[in-house]
Design a protein around this ligand. Sequence first.
Ligand SMILES: NC(=O)c1ccc[n+]([C@@H]2O[C@H](COP(=O)([O-])OP(=O)(O)OC[C@H]3O[C@@H](n4cnc5c(N)ncnc54)[C@H](OP(=O)(O)O)[C@@H]3O)[C@@H](O)[C@H]2O)c1
Length: 239
Amino acid sequence: MDSLAGRVILVTGAAKRVGRGIALRLAREGARVAIHYGGSEAEARATAAECGSVPIFRANLERVPEIEALFEQVVQHFGRIDGLVNNAARFTKIDPLRITEADWDFIHSVNLKAAFFCNQQAAKHMLAGEGGRIVNISSLGGIRPWADHAHYCASKAGLIMLTKALAKAFAPKVTVNSVAPGVIPFGEHSPEIDRFIAATPAKRAGTADEIADAVVFFLSASNYITGQILAVDGGLSQK
Ligand SMILES: NC(=O)c1ccc[n+]([C@@H]2O[C@H](COP(=O)([O-])OP(=O)(O)OC[C@H]3O[C@@H](n4cnc5c(N)ncnc54)[C@H](OP(=O)(O)O)[C@@H]3O)[C@@H](O)[C@H]2O)c1
């Protein structure tokens, strides 16, 4: 396993919650972290300060030109990019019979389309340099079907297949792997979350640091590990 010390790693959606946890962990591992955010500037600044005064970069990931500019800015700032943690996403619960085109696009524009173009931009810079590591944060919902989240499940299943296909496309210099979180709440409660936790073999929810463990593994692994999906879900995907 390679050390992450000195590695330039961009984490998308890193202002809060899981992304923040990943960024903090990467900073503790000695990586040079780039914090991306969309609307949460104050939280992004706070996370960046906690990471050791690292830079923050704003981009609306719905817009491909903003994704391209994001990667240009990161490479301009650090001179390189070694890792991408593609974490930003959206989540909605809507009966499939009531989903509108706008509801569909709201999810897919970020979870799948933006994810693809972030992978593309990262790979272009990494392939022109010394190679790199991409980790896509997918979801248990990309592995197991959830009736009222069909649109979200489809986006995350798409991200899982994208991970496998791009692992082939970008090999051998760039690896592409995915971490699929189970239930990772941040103080929110709902009957649905309670049902998921009750059904989880581990009998509890997960934490951002447990997701970060898996992210660090893929970022540090050799190029012999690529195209893989690691569910960090307390065993729920096995049920
Ligand atoms: N939490 C869970 O239980 C769980 C379960 C399974 C999978 N996951 C996956 O794990 C990852 C992190 O989960 P989370 O719950 O921490 O995510 P989240 O809070 O729902 O979203 C993370 C960030 O994504 C950014 N984002 C969304 N749309 C954007 C856009 N158009 N442009 C720029 N940024 C955008 C937001 O940044 P700003 O706030 O700056 O706008 C947001 O803070 C996601 O990929 C999620 O699907 C989470």
